[in-house]
Design a binder for this molecule. Structure first.
Ligand code: SF4
Length: 436
């Protein structure tokens, strides 16, 4: 079927390029991993003039993307872009333990170029390649990509789900159109009566988030780190036992609701993953039990627009979704190959489309700040301000086209909707690789 907004292909949606400045045109929003493709926007004098279907987060993303642009710099001085690329290549070439970090705002083509660069450097050095997902949804993503956890698309959720569980996640804040496009409000093939009669949403969280407020009676407040105990209580009620929790009645009601569910979806966020840490097998146990009774799928609440794409590419290449080192032509995986471990021993950092000095724990950020940083980024950030070399790139989704992977694994293609003289992340990485 032809999409109303674009030329639908088997790989996903391809949005048509508009005719020019000031005209309304179809756009993809890269403000979060929902990659909403029904945005109508127009730009004038480099700023957003009109926007339809853009949520408040997307609006902020489009506005912020066009201000505070990075400039090519070497050692704090403005420089020509060619010189900045040359200097970046020299730094990486002379490093013995470089860290290549970020990637979640890049297209698949740029991520592939990054993996190729890591492999090339890894022939003679020890290179760590990692993204922010390695200490949050990457753990779950690896289980999904290896087939240990059942997943589905968000279109399946819209069509079939009668129960949605937001666990340690708050899509109303992080992915504002999640509930309206997929998980609660829309009518679907088998859910014509939708949220009014047919859908129930449950929130499990340490705070009463905006999403938890919507779930009213089905909000379960946990103490920090209380997820393992909560899972044990759910397992107990599913087996007809009395749960070891204060509000036994509410937990038994939850057990009945889960048993009556025809098609359920769980959307885990960082809250669940940080809380369970090395007890993720408990979550797998719960899913296995739920799927003995009914059908439950998992779609992790991936934050950034193409974080899943990076996980998928790395998994195809190495069998793991993150925390990889390349050395002497082979790859190694594990916590000792993660960004947090690399921060303590790396001697150069390439940060692409990310701001590790703001995002990482303070100890790791401080360690990185003491090393020469090369930042490839369209925007100015704490990391670009501290970097030895800054290479500005075209904005993914606005000035640079390509493909990204939505949080549920659906590929979305897009073309640039604004003209830019800047190189794309991919072009910069290829040029660095050539210079090395
Ligand atoms: S939900 Fe995400 S992708 Fe959709 S418009 Fe909002 S920020 Fe953009």
């Amino acid at each position: 079927m032809q999409c109303l907004h674009c030329d639908l292909s088997e790989q996903g949606h391809r949005v048509r390029l508009g005719e020019g400045e000031g005209e309304k045109q179809m756009a993809i929003c890269t403000g979060c991993s929902l990659l909403c493709e029904d945005i109508v926007a127009s730009f004038e004098n480099g700023s957003l003039k009109h926007a339809k279907n853009l949520c408040r987060r997307g609006h902020g993303h489009f506005q912020a993307a066009l201000t505070e642009r990075a400039r090519p710099m070497i050692d704090g001085e403005q420089a020509a872009i060619d010189k900045a690329i040359e200097r970046a290549a020299e730094i990486l070439k002379s490093a013995k333990r470089p860290l290549l970090y970020g990637w979640s705002h890049c297209t698949l083509a740029a991520q592939s170029a990054g993996i190729a660069l890591a492999e090339k450097l890894g022939a003679t050095t020890e290179v760590t390649l990692d993204g922010a997902s390695s200490f949050c949804e990457g753990i779950l993503m690896e289980q999904i990509l290896s087939g240990k956890i059942a997943t589905c698309t968000l279109d399946d959720v819209r069509n079939y789900a009668d129960t949605s569980i937001f666990w340690g996640s708050d899509p109303s804040s992080s992915h504002p159109r999640h509930l309206s496009r997929f998980s609660y409000y829309p009518r679907g093939e088998k859910r014509q009566r939708s949220y009014e009669e047919e859908r129930t949403c449950i929130a499990v969280d340490v705070r009463k988030s905006p999403t938890a407020l919507l779930c009213s009676n089905y909000y379960f407040r946990l103490p920090p780190g209380g997820d393992a105990q909560f899972i044990e209580a759910v397992l107990a009620v599913l087996d007809g036992k009395i749960p070891k929790v204060a509000d036994k009645k509410k937990m038994i009601e939850l057990g009945s609701l889960l048993k009556k569910t025809e098609w359920g979806a769980i959307f885990p966020g960082p809250g669940l993953i940080y809380s369970l840490q090395d007890k993720m097998d408990l979550f797998e146990q719960l899913l296995a039990r739920l799927n003995e009774i009914t059908s439950f799928k998992v779609v992790p609440m991936v934050a950034d627009c193409n974080a899943r794409g990076f996980n998928e590419l790395l998994f195809e290449k190495t069998g793991h979704a993150g925390s990889i080192s390349f050395q002497g032509g082979s790859a190694a995986y594990g916590a000792e190959h993660s960004v947090l471990a690399a921060a303590k021993k790396c001697d150069a950092v390439l940060a692409v489309g990310s701001d590790p000095l703001s995002d990482l724990p303070i100890g790791a950020a401080r360690a990185l700040a003491s090393q020469p940083i090369i930042a490839i980024d369209p925007r100015r950030s704490l990391t670009t301000d501290a970097a030895k070399v800054v290479i500005p790139s075209a904005l993914t989704g606005l000035e640079a086209g390509g493909t990204a992977v939505r949080m549920d694994g659906v590929k979305v293609n897009f073309e640039p909707i604004m003209k830019s003289e800047l190189l794309t992340d991919e072009q910069i990485l290829v040029r660095i690789m050539e210079a090395i």
